[in-house]
Ligand binder design. Structure first.
Ligand code: CTP
Ligand code: CA
Length: 226
């Protein structure tokens, strides 16, 4: 492997990456969210830039610095992310969806703070749009990479997502283990392409994982082998 050659692998490629959680508001001071910190997506953005790509990073609310050279678009809700992603989709060559998008949002968002009462309270939830599903259904030339977050039956559910969402590849993460998944600096994953190429990516830093995933993607997209 030649470092000089690797450094140019994504030169001339436009890469769209999503990162972080989404926030789904109930009222001005309350929302539903999840434990995603955006570290995986930001590592992907940083490493794609290092490999010469022109990177757009669409991120939910996180407290991370924008990697240098990356164009960042901040969003809050799944619907905001849907709009941002679909408006950039056509012009990109590679799209990697590492964001932890909410599957449900409150059916009603109140304009004023709700007051507590002695009674129990339940929130009616409705489905958000599945952004990745829609990209898979409408993609033309884009190379589309999804993520799967699972606590059990990782490869079964991951492969289903790869097929059902018409992805080119998927990064499957077990988010139930201590040292992997949400909010950690490390991840252990299995990478699977639609042609059935399967790569076990043992516990490593999210930056190392990002680089390995991007080198695989570049290999498929440019047809260059290392
Ligand atoms: N995803 C998305 N839009 C949504 C939900 C998920 O784009 N509304 C994307 C995620 O960014 C990820 C992939 O779909 O790349 C898989 O997300 P995941 O939560 O693992 O799977 P789901 O399809 O949402 O199914 P479930 O949560 O039931 O496992
Ligand atoms: Ca989900």
């Amino acid at each position: 492997e030649n470092q000089m050659e690797q450094s140019k692998l994504l030169k001339g490629k436009k890469v769209l990456i999503t990162a972080g959680p989404t926030q789904e508001k109930i009222d001005p001071v309350r929302y539903f969210t999840n434990p995603s910190t955006g570290k995986m997506g930001f590592a992907l953005a940083r490493q794609a830039t290092n490999l010469g790509a022109e990177v757009t990073l669409i991120s939910g609310p996180v407290s991370l610095d924008t990697p240098s050279g990356v164009a960042r678009i901040d969003v809050k809700s799944a619907e905001d992310m849907y709009r941002a992603v679909t408006s950039c989709f056509a012009e990109n060559d590679i799209v990697i969806k590492s964001a932890a998008v909410a599957d449900y949002r409150p059916k009603q968002t109140f304009g004023q703070k709700m007051k507590k009462s002695p009674d129990a309270y339940s929130v009616e939830m409705e489905r958000t749009r599945d952004i990745l599903q829609e990209l898979g259904d409408t993609k033309t030339t884009q190379y589309l990479v999804g993520f799967a977050a699972e606590t059990n039956d990782l490869e079964y559910y991951g492969e289903q997502k790869l097929r059902n969402k018409n992805l080119d590849a998927i990064v499957m993460n077990n988010v139930s283990e201590e040292a992997t998944g949400f909010a950690h600096d490390t991840n252990a994953s299995i990478y699977l392409t639609k042609e059935g190429k399967r790569l076990v990516l043992p516990l490593m830093s999210k930056d190392d994982l990002a680089r390995k995933v991007l080198i695989e993607v570049a290999d498929e997209v440019t047809g260059e082998s290392l």
